[in-house]
Design a protein around this ligand. Sequence first.
Ligand code: ATP
Ligand code: MG
Length: 647
Amino acid sequence: MSDIYPVKPDFAAHARIDRASYGRDYQASVRDPDAFWGKAAQRLDWYRAPTRVRDVSFAVEDFRIRWFDDGELNASVNCLDRQLGKRGDKTALLWEADDPGTASKHVTYRELHERVCRLGNALRALGVQKGDRVTIYLPMIVEAAVAMLACARIGAVHSVVFGGFAPNSIADRVGDCGSKLIITADEGLRGGRKVPLKANVDAALKLPGTSTVETVLVVRHTGAAVDMQMPRDRWYDAVVDAQPAECEPERMNAEDPLFILYTSGSTGKPKGVLHTTAGYLLFASYTHEAVFDLREDDVYWCTADVGWVTGHSYIVYGPLANGATSLMFEGVPNYPDYSRFWQVIDKHKVTIFYTAPTAIRALMREGEAPVKATSRASLRLLGSVGEPINPEAWRWYYDVVGDGRCPIVDTWWQTETGGILISPLPGAVDLKPGSATLPFYGVQPALVDANGQVLEGATEGNLVLLDSWPGQMRTVYGDHQRFIDTYFKAYPGMYFTGDGCRRDEDGYYWITGRVDDVINVSGHRIGTAEVESALVSHPKVAEAAVVGFPHDIKGQGIYAYVTLVADEVESDELLKELVAHVRKEIGPIASPDFLQWAPGLPKTRSGKIMRRILRKIAENAPDQLGDTSTLADPSVVDSLVKNRHGA
Ligand code: ATP
Ligand code: MG
C-alpha cells in the first residue's frame, strides 16, 4: 500500500540538501546538539552572540527550556534591516487581494522596513513598551505583517487573533493576555463578503475582562464608515504616516517573548502558546530554507492566515528572515471560482506553494477542470500542513496540481513546536503519500506505549519528542503549570504531542490522528486517519470524518460522517458500497457501524475537522459539545445533530 515516489534526480541536482548530507547532518545534530545549533545560530544577526547554546530539562521537578540565553538580538532587524544591503529593492511581500480586479501590491524590503519603523514609533508614542501585549485582529493585508514586525521591533509581545473570530473569542484572548492596544481594520474582505472587524472589536471591548485595552488603531481598508470612540480609537494612517522612517530597535534577550498565539482549538479550549525570540526565529528560518529548498528567486506562497502559527512562521518570520518573496493572499480558494489558487500561481509565477489538506480536499471535490484551465508551469515544490493528508488527496495534489513534476513536503508540526518537526527535505527524502516521513535536524521523535515505554522498530504508539529544539514553546501564557501538566506529565522526561503515530519499516512517521480520537474496537486500536483515508479513496467521496461511540459488545464502534464529491447523490446503495469499500481496504474490523451523510463537517476556523464534536453527536450527547467558539460554521453541527442515526 505504501508506494514510493523517489527523489527526482533533476530536483536533487539543484537542491540545497541531498540524501547524503541530510543523513550525515541529522546524525550530527542529535549526537552533538550544542555544536549543531551553535553553528546554526550564526544564521541570525546578533547584537551580542550567545556563548551558551542550550539549557534544557524536561524533568517536572527541575524544568527549564532555554536556548542561546545570553544572546541579544532583534527579530525585526533580522527580517528587515539586514536585508536592505543586498535585497532592499527585492519584493518582500507580494499582496494579492480578495477581488482579482484589485491591483496586487509589491512591497520591497526597503518599504517594509520603513512602514515597520513608522508603526514602531507610533506604538511607542502611544505608550506601548517592551513586554506589553498588543492584539492584532486584521485581515490578510500587508499591515498584518507590519504590525507583527513593529511589535517585535519595540519588544512588545503580539497576539494575533484570526480575523474570522467573533467578539467573544476576541475578548477571551485579549483578556487572557491583558492587551494594552489592538490593531484592527474597518472591515475585512473574504470571498466577496465583508467582515465587520472594527464592529467586532467594539463588541468585544464591551465584554468583561477587556479593560486593559487603552487604544484601538484602525486601518482603513475597505473605507467603510465605522464608529470611532474617541479618544480610544485612532485611525492608523493618522497616527503612523507622520512618524519618522527610522526606529531604534529594542535589544532583546534571546529568551524574551516574541509572541503569544492561541492554538486552533481542535481538542478543547485554546492555549496561549508563548514563543521567545532567538530560538523561534532561528528554527522558523532554518526549516523554511531547508524544507522548501529556498532559492533567491523563488516566489513563495503559503495560503495560511497570519492568525495561525503557519502564517507566523511561514508567511512572516521564516521567509522574511531568509530574504524571500512571500505572497500574502487576502481571499479564499473558491472566489470568484475554484480556479483562484491556480490563477494566482500563474499571475505571480509562484514557485513554491504551501497549503492545507482541507483546501486540497475541497478543490478536489470540484474535479480537475478548474485546475487544468491554468498552467501552473512555474511551480516546483508543493507543501501540506494542518492535518494528515489522505493518500488520495496527496496523489491528486501531486498529479493534477503539480502535473507529476513537483515533490510534496507533508510537514507535521504544531503551534507549540514553532516550526516544522517532521517532513521530507525534497532533495533528500523519498516520498510516501500520507507520510510526513522523517525528522528535521535535531528533532528526536519517539513512539511510546500507554506506560511511556519507548517502542522500537516498525510500530505504532503515542508520538513524543525526547529532547528540545530551538523553536519549542516556552510556556502557556500566564499558566506555566498548565504548560508542564499538558505536555510533560503524561510521559516523564518527554514532550507529549497529543498525536498518535505509526512508524514503518523504513523509519517513516505516519500521523494517525489525535490520541484522544483513537478508536478501540474489540481491543484493536484504529486511527481515525486510516479509516478516513479509506473512505476518501472511494471516487465518490470528497471528505470523511470518523469517530468512536460506545458499543455494547465491541467496546467502541465506528461512526463515519461522509461528504460526497460535487453532484454525487446520497443513496442506501452507495452507503453499503462505502462500508464494503472500507472493509476491503482495511479489513472487517474497521468497517463503520454507522455512516451518516454530511453536507459539511464541523471544522475549526483553520479548517481542521473537530472530531470531539462529532463524537458527541454520535454518542447522542449534543448538549455536551464543549468549547465551540473556534467552530467555523456552527450551523453544520445543527444539521448533523438533526440527521443523526437513530435521531
Ligand atoms: P488544539 O491544540 O487547541 O486542540 P490544534 O492541535 O488543532 O488545536 P495546531 O497547533 O494548529 O492546533 O495543530 C497541530 C496539530 O495539527 C498536530 O498536533 C496534528 O494533530 C495536526 N497536524 C498538523 N500538521 C500535520 C501533518 N502534516 N500531518 C498530520 N497531522 C498534522
Ligand atoms: Mg494541539
